[in-house]
Design a protein around this ligand. Structure first.
Ligand code: IPM
Ligand code: MG
Length: 364
């Protein structure tokens, strides 16, 4: 079978980590006999420089026709002017919206070989295996009104946290379906003590739960959740939450795994089910890290694990996905580390060497 993949390397360290992820994907192709057809396009700052827009129309079209999209990262100081009319991040948001990718999965699994390498106590992070389901096409990021205006008493600006029950229902359902494939525990995160949209969220989540008697649902306020993630992260199995809450909590949760450079993500247009191929976009959760760009320093593991998620969710290749994850684990076990997860007595390697080592393990 032939699979169509669009690669959008983007800005900063994006091209470097995407390059290593593709290296690993090609190795999977030759070992397992798959043919991956790759097409490249600009997004983010590079697209602004080339075309004046953060996501050219033909790139979005190409992505719509593909089985999956791999994205590096977007953004950088060059395009950071708060008054700019077009921003690199617009490209990412337009991709999410344009491809209907409402479900963002962000797994946080603490590798046993890295439990001593985080900022938290080993006994706190040991055994952590959770996944965030972040709503990705609504809420504070997208809902209208969203604007800035001039009044006689100065400038004002607004963003809106608006959700329809349909939007809540479909994302909560993703949470329940995932929980069913795991430890059957779902935590719905909201701010129902203050926000009306959260009260609707909680109500809809409770209604959806009626169809999932085999899954235990609990509700947690977002502030309490941010605390619990540090105090007792092993408590969690699947968490489902609003776009902005998910953005903030997943950066926090990445520290459980030692570094943002370790965390992959999948953005899907449907419910992930074993054996079902869902189109999606895959990206490391770290940003473009402009200060590290071009230095062969960035950790490519988040991008490589994003390819594993792609194999699993968009290409229906569970064994291939596992081969990639096992290769990452083995290279870490042998003591190789990029700068962000470097520890005493370990061997520091750059982006390319880390990619080569992992590809080598996949090759077997
Ligand atoms: C993320 C990022 C993006 C977001 C930015 C780059 C727009 O922080 O994927 O978490 O806020 O969603
Ligand atoms: Mg973020």
């Amino acid at each position: 079978m032939r699979f169509n993949l669009v690669v959008l390397p983007g800005d900063g360290v994006g091209p470097e980590v995407a390059g290593e992820a593709i290296k690993v994907l090609q190795t999977v192709g030759s070992r397992f006999g798959h043919d991956f057809n790759l097409q490249y396009g600009p997004v983010g700052g590079v697209a602004i420089d080339e075309t004046g827009t953060a996501l050219p129309e033909d790139v979005l079209k190409l992505c719509k026709k593909s089985d999956a999209v791999l994205l590096g990262a977007v953004g950088g100081p060059k395009w950071d002017d708060p008054l700019a009319t077009v921003r690199p991040e617009d490209g990412l948001l337009a991709l999410r919206k344009g491809l209907g990718l409402f479900a963002n999965l962000r797994p946080v699994k603490v590798s046993p070989v890295l439990v001593d390498g985080t900022n938290l106590k080993p006994e706190v992070v040991s055994g952590v295996d959770l996944v965030f389901v972040r709503e990705l096409t609504g809420g504070l990021y997208f809902a209208r009104p969203k604007r800035r205006w001039q009044t006689t008493r100065g400038r004002r600006a607004t963003d809106s946290m608006t959700y329809s029950e349909q939007e809540i229902e479909r994302i909560v359902r993703v949470g329940f379906e995932l929980a069913r494939q795991r430890r059957r525990k779902l935590t719905s995160v909201d701010k129902a003590n203050v926000l009306e949209s959260s009260r609707l969220w909680r109500q809809v989540a409770t209604e959806v739960a009626l169809g999932y008697h085999d899954v235990e649902l609990d509700h947690m306020l977002v502030d309490a959740c941010s605390m619990r993630l540090i105090q007792n992260p092993a408590y969690f199995d699947v968490l489902v939450t609003e776009n902005m809450f998910g953005d903030i909590l997943t950066d926090e949760a990445s520290m459980l795994a030692g570094s943002m450079g370790m965390l992959p993500s999948a953005s899907l247009a449907g419910v992930p089910k074993e054996g079902v191929r869902t189109p999606g976009m895959y990206e490391p959760i770290h940003g473009s890290a402009p200060r590290r760009a071009g230095l062969d320093m960035a950790n490519p593991i988040a991008a490589i694990l994003s390819v594993a998620m792609m194999l699993r969710h968009s290409f229906g290749m569970a064994a291939e996905a596992q081969a990639v994850e096992a290769a990452v684990e083995e290279v870490l076990r042998q003591g190789y580390r990029t700068y962000d997860i470097m520890d005493e007595g370990k061997t520091e390697v750059g982006t390319r060497e880390m990619g080569d080592l992992i590809a080598g393990k996949v090759r077997g």
